[in-house]
Design a binder for this molecule. Structure first.
Ligand code: URA
Ligand code: SF4
Length: 468
């Protein structure tokens, strides 16, 4: 049977290929697909394509690695399969295969290598930088559309050539900035938004400048968080330029300083406990700083009078974009478990302990970060209001964040799951696995066990909700 692997980049392919090679899996048994869009990359990342470091006993010729690194930048969908096929043959009975220029597979790889090399040269020759001024001074920005994913190949060349200048190259799939010390990669500019001249400057000032300067994002966030009159009297404001140049630790402490001024969600809570009014009020919540970098508030969903309420941690990337809880990969796992437990999803009230997505950039992705304790505290009034509005008979906390908010600090999922307890919110509160923990399980057996337990706990909760 062929097994499908979604490949994000060269390192990813190399790890997979090594493992498959060591396991003796021939090319006919595997099918590599390129992860094209963000969504797929995200899924591939969350499903982990679980790779364990396997030391391959077979030595791979360095010439092949060089070739493969080039071919990896090519846009052709078949590149990963062709690479594996040639690698397999090289390490089995054709060690001199790369010298056989007439071999159809080798020929295809060489042709792609050439196209990628040409594309890289074109980038070096045709990129035109435009001078931009931002808060850090002068910077040169260029937009370029390569035919292949060659930015990471070429960026070190620019870094050497324009060592003493700040510059950035934006491409449709990725961007890079050189701050005179290191190269940093970030998200691309979709081709249909290709900026021209002045628009390039605008784009840098409104978006890329802050992406590439986390310190500034945080300061902006801080300014937004704090009433302006306090902001002006903060001694730190006078030394912001120095602070920006200093270690992020300082900035971090300033944020904490600002955080003490946080008001929490209570300031935004309406009088009513009518669900729709609550959701509308939560949409405007600025109770903590999480809102600043999230797309929108993701409030709970489900019918008033639902007997069962499920509480997750916080919205993920896809929930943040959709404005609904559990619609991404974790939502899929949850949906399957609910179905297996015989529970109709639209009869359940589903929400999260924290209502805004907390993340950090990782390349093109927004990587989920556990919500900070102060956000859990700030956001608590919303979940309390939801409890009052829905008045569920049974509540299930998915994972430890929800458990901490609903039950208390000293809960441990490994010890306390699957047992009903009484909390101030609900007489019957149950803790169980978070669906994302299942996605991150170390292996299939563990995932299956956790999934079975999640289903069992959900079934238990549903029975209790009907009986109560
Ligand atoms: N994980 C959560 O905890 N909640 C969501 O809504 C999605 C993922
Ligand atoms: Fe308000 Fe909660 Fe969002 Fe913080 S995370 S801004 S408290 S809704």
């Amino acid at each position: 049977m062929t097994e499908l692997f979604t490949i994000v980049d060269f390192d990813d392919w190399r790890a997979q290929a090594r493992e498959l090679l060591a396991a003796g899996r021939p090319p006919s048994e595997v099918d590599f697909r390129a992860a094209r869009d963000r969504q797929q990359r995200l899924l591939a990342a969350s499903e982990g394509n679980t790779t364990t470091a396997v030391k391959s006993a077979t030595r791979v010729p360095p010439a092949f690695i060089e070739l493969a690194k080039h071919v990896a930048c090519h846009r052709d969908d078949d590149r990963w399969n062709d690479l594996y096929s040639v690698l397999w043959r090289l390490t089995h009975d054709e060690p001199r295969l790369l010298d056989v220029a007439t071999d159809a597979e080798v020929h295809r790889l060489r042709r792609r290598e050439k196209q990628v090399t040409r594309d890289a040269h074109k980038m070096k020759a045709f990129v035109r930088f435009r001078k931009v001024q931002d808060a850090d001074g002068e910077l040169f920005v260029a937009w370029h559309r390569p035919d292949h994913d060659t930015l990471r190949m070429v960026a070190p060349f620019f870094a050497r050539r324009f060592k003493g200048m700040r510059w950035s190259v934006l491409t449709p799939y990725e961007s890079v900035v050189w701050d005179m010390r290191e190269l940093k990669y970030g998200p691309g500019v979709p081709a249909d938004q290709a900026p021209l001249d002045d628009a390039l400057e605008e784009l840098w000032k409104t978006y890329y400048g802050s992406i590439f300067n986390p310190a500034r994002i945080k300061l902006d966030m801080m300014r937004r968080e704090m009433p302006a009159r306090h902001w002006r009297t903060l001694p730190e404001t006078r030394i912001i330029p120095e602070l920006l140049a200093e270690a992020p630790r300082r900035v971090e402490s300033m944020i904490q300083y600002a955080a003490r001024g946080e008001r929490g969600a209570a300031a935004y809570l309406p009088e009513t406990r009518e669900l729709r009014a609550l959701a509308a009020a939560a949409a405007a919540c600025r109770g903590c700083d999480l809102h600043a970098r999230a797309t929108q508030t993701v409030f709970g969903r489900g019918p008033i009078g639902a007997k069962l309420m499920l509480i997750g941690e916080q919205p993920g990337d896809q929930e943040d974009l959709a404005g609904e809880p559990f619609v991404g990969p974790a939502g899929e796992v949850l949906g399957e478990a609910l179905a297996a437990a015989g529970i109709a999803r639209d009869e359940v009230y589903v929400t999260n302990a924290v209502k805004h997505f907390h993340w950090e950039p990782r390349g093109e992705r927004r990587l989920h970060k556990k919500p900070p304790a102060r956000a859990m505290a700030s956001c608590r009034p919303w979940i309390e209001a939801e409890f009052e509005a829905v008045a569920p008979r049974v509540v299930v906390c998915l994972g430890s964040t929800a458990a901490q908010v609903v039950v208390g600090r000293d809960t441990r999922l490994t010890r306390d799951r699957g047992v009903f307890r009484t909390t101030k919110f609900c007489e019957r509160t149950l803790l169980t696995w978070h669906p994302s923990a299942i996605l991150r399980a170390p292996d299939r057996a563990a995932a299956a066990m956790m999934q079975a337990e999640l289903i069992r706990h959900l079934r238990l909760a549903a029975q209790e909700a009907v009986a109560a």
